[in-house]
Write a new protein. Structure first.
Length: 52
């Protein structure tokens, strides 16, 4: 079973898969965020929580 994170914006819920990183950290795959929400994006000043 896939692990999911749920994001709620203005009462609407969106689910995104959780993935395991190489250092055993958990990340949220938000590659579909902009498309499914109609334009919502993210900001990560200083890239403290951004992986590739």
């Amino acid at each position: 079973m896939s692990r999911l994170a749920t994001l709620e914006i203005d009462g609407k819920k969106y689910e995104f898969p959780l993935v395991q990183g190489t250092e055993n950290e958990t990340a949220i795959n938000i590659k579909s965020l902009r498309g499914v929400t109609g334009g919502v994006t993210t900001i990560d000043p200083g890239y403290k929580n951004t992986g590739s």
